[in-house]
Design a protein around this ligand. Structure first.
Ligand code: ZN
Length: 63
């Protein structure tokens, strides 16, 4: 199980606890405690998203 440590409020979170958000048209994950953006998908020409960084996370690309 991957644990993510928020660098802003130092909360230890599981990926399922992160809030999904649309930030200026980009998919991102927010800390539910302080609302800081922890993960942000950078648009790339190839299909290389945040799954590459968290391969065990079940991502839902619902827009
Ligand atoms: Zn936080």
């Amino acid at each position: 199980m991957i644990r993510i440590n928020c660098p802003y409020c130092h909360a230890t979170l599981s990926p399922a606890e992160l809030e999904q958000a649309d930030i200026q048209g980009q998919f991102g994950l927010l800390c539910p405690d302080c609302g800081s953006v922890l993960v942000r998908e950078v648009p790339m020409p190839e299909s290389h998203g945040i799954e590459a960084h968290y391969p065990e996370m079940p991502f839902h690309h619902a827009r």
